[in-house]
Each structure stands twice: as C-alpha cells, then as structure tokens.
Design a protein around this ligand. Structure first.
Ligand code: XIL
Length: 585
C-alpha cells in the first residue's frame, strides 16, 4: 500500500509534502539502518535501439579513456595532464533540509564501456593528499535520483583514505552496500597512486600501486556489460593523469560516448507531433534526468522521439546541484540536458531558482542578512550561464505553506526577506535574461478556495507592481483521489490569469493508479484537454516518463516502483498515454 493512502487526508496535508515528508522519514531509516530491499528493475534494454545512434569504437582491447568525453562530469575540470577532480561535496538533502546523502558524480554524458565482461581498469591518480580522500566508482548501472534520495543500483567504489583503502559494493538489491571493507595499505600513498580494478571470472581484484589489496565476489555488478565511471574527492583535489581499460585474456569491450545520443525519428503519432497540428504554439513536456536518458534506449526513444517538445530539468538545475558550495557553480548536468534538448528541437523549462527545498547546507546555514545577496548572485550566474538556452524558468517554487494553506511558506527566503523575496527574485531573473519566460510554480492551486484566492491576489499584486512575472505553473500532482483536479475549475483559474495578462502551464502532472488505469487515464486526459483548450495555457508537462524510474518508499521502508506515468515499467504506453494521444488525433 502506498504511504499516502494510509494517511488521514486533510486539505492542509494534501499534495507533495504529504508524500515526501513521510518518505523522508523512511529514507532516513533506510539510509541509516539499511532496512528493506527494493524491487529489481526490469531488465535494462540494450542501449542501442534501432533509432538511437551511438558512437562506438570497434572492439578493442586497450584504450586511453581520457581521450574520450569527460567534459560533462560534475565536479571535474579538464586540464593539461589530466582530469582534475574537485572536492565539490555534491549531496542530496532531504525535504526538510536535513541530512545530505552523498551524490558522487558519474560520467553519464560521456565515455563509458559496453559489452565489457572481463577487464582491467587502471587509473593513475596524481596529487592525492594524505589528508583527503580520492575515490573511483565503477557502475554497472547508473544511479537514479528519486524523491530526495539517490537509488544506488550496481557499483563498486574504491576510495583511498589516508593509509586505508575503503571498498564498497552495491549489488542492486538494497540501498546499503552489500559489502564494505576498510583495508590498511602496505605502503602509504605518497602523492601518486595507481588504482587497478580487474573484473574476471566472477571476481573483482583491487590493487594499489601494483599490490593487490583485496579480491571480492562480483555479485553480478557488471552483468549488463556496462562500466560507467565516477570520481570524487573529499577534502582536497586530485588529478587523474591516465585512465586505461584493457580486456582480460581474449575478452574485448567497446568504448561508447553517450554525449552523442540522438534519436533520429520523430514519431508522427507522438504527443508533441500531434499537438503541433492542433495548436502550433502548444508544448508537451516531461521532467527528465540524465541517467535514464543516456542508459536506457527505450526511455530515450520515448523522451526524444516525437512525444515531447520540451524537457523540464527534474533536479539538475536545483540549487544543490548547480551551486553545491558558495560561489562554486557546476552546470555540467544542466548543460548536457540543454544539449540533448537542442539536438532534438526541444525547449528547456528550467526548474528551479528559489525554493525552500533542495538547498545545500551552506545556504541553509547562512546568516539571514546574507541570503538576499546569495539569492541574487545565484539567479544572475545561473541565468547568465543558460541565457538563450532555457526557454522558461520556475523562478519561485512553492511559495505557499503546506499546513497553513493560504499563507506564505516560512522558508529561509521568506524568513530573511518577507514576501519581498518573490519580487526580488523575478526582477533579478528578468535583468539577467530578459528573453526567458518567468514563472511562479505551485501545487494545490488547481482547486477553488483560500489557497487559490491568496495565490491569485499575490500574482495580481505582482503584476500591478510591474514585477516581471510571465506565468504560473500548476503542478497538478494527483497522489490520491482527493487530489483529483476538476478541469472546469482549472480552466477558470487559467482564464482568471489570462485576464490579468499572465500565462499558465500544467507543469508537473502525475497521477496515482490505485483506482485503476482508466481513472488515471481520464484524469490525465481531462487536464490535458483543459490546458489545450485554453489559449492562456501554453504547455502541459508530466513529472516523469516511465514507471521504471518512479521510486518511492513503502510503509515497510522498502523502495518500490510507482505506476504514475504514461509509460509503464516495461516501457509500454499506459492507457493514460493512449487517452492523451486519442484526444490529439
Ligand atoms: C522532486 C523530484 O522529482 C525528485 O527526484 C527530487 O528528489 C525531489 O523533488 N514539486 C517540485 C519538484 O517542484 O521539484 C519536485 O521534484 C516534485 C514536487
């Protein structure tokens, strides 16, 4: 049973917080105690599908991997002599801002190995500080970022930590490492280290500077034939001066570059292809993240093959991803998504600049008097970087409270600046990129009542005061039957906004399936139709593509997959897809 079904529904507790607050608590348990396993994913399809073109080199038995694509690895910098790995402390914080699960970067948009069975990977690391940590993580499956937590799938992590080597292995059955070792090194590292990981005959051997430190069972980590690379530094930087792969014995592999991903065919019956014929200025969008787009061909086909004319960056442009430390910006994942969108003639809906969640610890710990400067700097740097490439921004996200339905949310921004943070954020964004459409995004405003009245009054006041707000995003999460949206009421709200010169979009729609797929389908299609029929509604976006990557925490603390999207776990279109497609035909 899904968490939100067992909670007593009140108006104040409905919506996103409802689902996530409980999740957060359960996740904390999982991460701390390691309770519960999670369902194995359906078998990953082969990466290269008929209409996905991916560059692969011929099968070779040795490779200078650094000569490939590493330009999009977060926290890294390409320099003479190698790839610098900086201690950028990427984390995923919980919804209430506490915690912070490590989110070590993975070279998702770039060089990796395919069809790799038995191999040796050798990384030459330079400038390893005795006081810092230097890690290489080899992934058989890329991790998925879910609701405020990262789902580790299959990987082996090798970390130099002073005089020790820490080894962790995730086998895909649970969140905690199935194996953890901390082993003393015979010879302490003096500046340089050569890490060697050999996978052969079901075993993984790990050596440092030519001396084998451990041998472990592979637990099927590399069973899919993929090797994705991740590097991260703690405390001080280090440099990878050489990275090499070779087959063991007769074994071969291919190097591949996921940054060349391109879906060539736009299905004329795809949702965006059809919508364009109904309304040339209407966009069908989906929230997207890099891991599934680059590692799952059927997902990539659904994402880029004619269904969507826009992507919303689900997490990649949130504060904790792009400014993990004060003044340290990392736009790499966002850049990769921008590039994928451009290559497929899609717009980018930037999400999100000023939000009470997804803020790194340094932001949450700033003295109130410094928050305004941090906020305006963040907006300026981000919009300047993405200028011309991001069509619209969710400038302010969820400004209203979860429990006092018609009151402002007392997040760090409100506590520091009062409601003026909202107009300041919009004005700063407009100055930085006058060409981008600027939105305020909120949940629970689809229905009539105090919240909507307060929200509309705020937008009216902002408009009248000359604040550059272009539109409103109706998140439209339907997590339980009481969240169901009445299309007539939504249309009325869109018209009220149009009357004051404000555009609307359905920005994050997803629908629970516990009442059956036909109920789910009719809710999806009714809201799509409402938006399509209103000239003031410029786009409809769903908060994900496939149930395959829709994770949540169940009552017993285990991680489960949801059934909320237009494609199911097998990447087959659900009745909801059919219903939306039908109304467009
Ligand atoms: C969610 C993402 O989907 C998760 O992956 C992340 O861990 C937490 O945030 N309203 C919003 C989005 O505006 O930012 C939220 O996205 C969903 C609710």
């Amino acid at each position: 049973m899904r968490i939100f079904n067992i909670l007593q529904r009140t108006r104040q507790t409905k919506g996103w917080i409802h689902r996530n607050a409980v999740m957060g608590a359960c996740v904390a348990l999982i991460l701390a105690g390691g309770i519960g396993g999670y369902m194995a994913l359906a078998d990953s399809p082969k990466y290269i599908a008929a209409n996905v073109t991916l560059h692969t080199s011929g099968a070779i038995d040795k490779n200078d991997l650094l000569s490939g694509q590493w330009g999009y690895l977060p926290g890294s910098k390409q320099e003479d002599g190698g790839l610098l790995i900086k201690p950028d402390s990427f984390q995923i914080v919980k919804q209430d801002g506490s915690g912070g699960q490590a989110n070590p970067p993975v070279n998702e948009y770039g060089t990796h190995l395919e069809n790799a069975t038995d191999f040796t990977i050798t990384a030459q690391l330079a400038d390893v500080a005795a006081t810092g940590k230097a890690a290489m993580q080899l992934y058989g499956q890329v991790p998925i970022i879910a609701d405020e937590f990262r789902v580790e799938r299959k990987s082996v992590r090798v970390e130099l930590d002073g005089n020790n080597l820490n080894v962790n292995l995730w086998d895909g059955s649970k969140q905690t490492a199935a194996l953890t070792q901390s082993l003393p090194l015979a010879t302490p590292i003096a500046k340089d280290a050569r890490l060697e990981v050999t996978h052969a005959a079901g075993k993984i051997q790990i050596s440092v500077n030519g001396q084998q430190v451990t041998e472990i069972d592979d637990s099927g980590v590399f069973a899919d034939g993929f090797v994705w690379f991740g590097f991260d530094a703690t405390g001080s930087s280090f440099k990878i001066s050489n990275l090499d792969a070779k087959g063991v014995g007769a074994a071969t592999f291919k190097t591949a570059d996921s940054s060349t991903l391109r879906v060539q065919r736009k299905d004329p019956n795809g949702l965006q292809s059809l919508a364009a014929k109904k309304r040339s200025n209407f966009t069908v969008g989906a929230a997207m993240a890099l891991p599934p787009t680059v590692s799952d061909a059927s997902y990539a086909n659904a994402a880029f093959g004619g269904n969507f004319g826009a992507l919303t960056t689900e997490n990649a442009m949130k504060w904790q991803f792009i400014e993990p430390q004060q003044g340290v910006f990392d736009f790499k994942e966002g850049d990769a998504l921008v590039q994928l969108a451009k290559r497929h003639d899609m717009k980018v809906q930037g999400h999100t600049l000023v939000f009470g969640e997804a803020n790194p610890a340094w932001v949450r710990n700033l003295p109130a008097g410094q928050l305004e400067a941090a906020m305006t700097n963040h907006i300026k740097k981000t919009l300047t970087h993405f200028k011309g490439n991001v069509y619209s921004w969710d400038v302010v996200n969820e400004p209203f409270s979860d429990d006092q339905w018609d009151q402002f949310r007392t997040n760090i921004w409100y506590n520091a600046m009062g409601e003026s943070y909202i107009s300041k954020a919009f004005t700063t964004a407009h100055d930085a990129d006058p060409g981008a459409l600027l939105f305020m995004n909120e949940y629970g405003i689809e229905e009539d009542g105090d919240r909507w009245n307060a929200f509309l009054a705020l937008v009216t006041k902002l408009k009248a005061g000359g604040v550059p707000i272009d539109g409103v995003g109706f998140q439209s999460h339907v997590y339980q039957s009481s969240d169901k949206i009445d299309p007539a009421v939504l249309r009325k709200h869109i018209q009220q906004l149009a009357a004051i010169g404000v555009k609307s979009r359905v920005s994050e729609m997803d629908v629970y399936s516990d009442d059956g797929q036909s109920v789910q389908a009719s809710q999806y299609s009714a809201i799509f139709q409402a938006c399509l029929d209103e000239p003031g509604c410029i786009s409809w976006t769903t908060w994900g593509i496939s149930d395959r990557y829709d994770y949540f925490i169940d009552d017993d603390g285990s991680i489960q997959q949801g059934n909320d999207f237009l494609w199911n776990d097998k990447m087959k279109p659900t009745p909801a897809f059919g219903a939306v497609q039908k109304l467009l035909q």
